[in-house]
Design a protein around this ligand. Structure first.
Ligand SMILES: [Zn+2]
Length: 349
């Protein structure tokens, strides 16, 4: 008899928890001066409570224009039009965090978030946070999430949603410019790899059009942005000129149609802004002569599908610029400058 009583007590304690876990709660916030919480989904129904603007509530489900809400252990109803999704941000603290179709470790995996990614959640169920993935609710384990505070948000200004293509100029059979024992194809690859590391440390997703000494056609480079779903394209080059006195830093965008094929980059204004950010930040980091932002119809720019720029970091035909580009510390400064310009651009867009 005693044993039976004990098991009844255990069931009573566990039952409310099981009920909470069974239904996902979406966090919603009152978006009105105040909001009536009612006994039933009707404006003539009894008012249980009146809550002020900004109150965060847990919505269990939606029926018509009414949200069913769990409020202080009671089920109440509130008009849907005065509620908005309440988003909480978290940082991913796992090598890779699976995004699942339902809140279960055996559920289908829809995708994953990389370590350090900042994600937005709008609810929870048990040990799972609800995220929006490809336009629908999906679930991630809360055990691998760290709440984002003001300080660790500023530490990572970009997210894996910021997709960048870096294009190291030339490669393989095409060495590009040469001077003072340096080949452009090697310098551009080194700067691009350094910029990739820095941008990833800032939280971004970065692709290189080449990561080894291989030839890639200009058309393939331009097409790469669409292929990987990039937001921006940044081509990295070093300049060269017949006169050895020419030196400094130039950044190009494509602002007018090509004379031969009549093509133009679809985002000339944004490209110009990106070029301006990169020129300014790379000038600050390198102190090369500032030759400014210019328009040119290079294939990698005009045949691209996203805002695109081409930065010429110094002249290999100039002894001063070449002596700087020879050092890894200067190439690292160049990469930092490019990174900072890209971060400024994404802060705006
Ligand atoms: Zn070049």
């Amino acid at each position: 008899m005693k044993k039976v009583l004990l098991s009844v007590v255990v069931v009573l304690i566990l039952l409310p928890l099981a009920v909470i876990h069974a239904s996902a709660a979406t966090n919603v916030q009152v978006n009105a001066t105040s909001l009536n919480l009612r006994e039933k989904p009707s404006t003539s129904s009894r008012i249980i409570a009146n809550v002020p603007n900004g109150t965060v509530l847990q919505a269990i489900s939606t029926t018509g224009d009414w949200d069913k809400i769990s409020y202080k252990g009671q089920t109440v109803y509130a008009s849907d039009q005065y509620l908005k999704l309440y988003i909480t941000k978290y940082k991913v603290n796992a090598t890779s965090l699976n995004i699942r179709e339902t809140p279960s470790t055996s559920a289908r995996i829809l995708g994953s978030y990389a370590k350090g990614a900042i994600i937005s959640t709008h609810g929870q169920t048990g040990d799972w946070k609800i995220v929006t993935y490809n336009g629908r609710d999906a679930y991630v384990s809360k055990d691998y999430l760290i709440a984002v505070t003001a300080s660790n948000t500023t530490a990572k200004p970009l997210t894996t949603g910021d997709v960048i293509v870096l294009d190291p100029g030339h490669g393989g059979s095409d060495p590009g410019a040469a001077g003072y024992g340096l080949y452009e194809k090697n310098i551009t690859l080194d700067i691009a790899k350094r910029a990739k590391t820095k941008l990833e440390a800032n939280g971004a997703k970065v692709y290189l059009t080449r990561s080894t000494d291989v030839y890639v056609s200009p058309d393939a480079r331009a097409a790469y942005s669409h292929k990987v779903g990039a937001d921006i394209f940044v081509s990295i080059h070093n300049n060269s000129y017949t006169s050895s006195s020419a030196n400094g830093l130039d950044t190009y965008y494509n602002g007018s149609r090509d004379e031969d094929d009549n093509r133009i980059n679809p985002y000339p204004a944004k490209s110009k802004e990106l070029a301006t950010f990169i020129q300014s930040s790379t000038y600050s980091a390198t102190r090369l002569k500032n030759n400014g932002v210019k328009s040119e119809s290079f294939i990698v720019l005009r045949k691209n599908t996203v805002p695109s720029v081409l930065v010429e970091v110094g002249f290999l035909s100039n002894s001063y610029d070449a002596s700087l580009l020879k050092t890894s510390s200067f190439r690292d400064k160049s990469a930092l400058g490019i990174t900072n310009g890209i971060v400024s651009y994404f802060k705006k867009y």
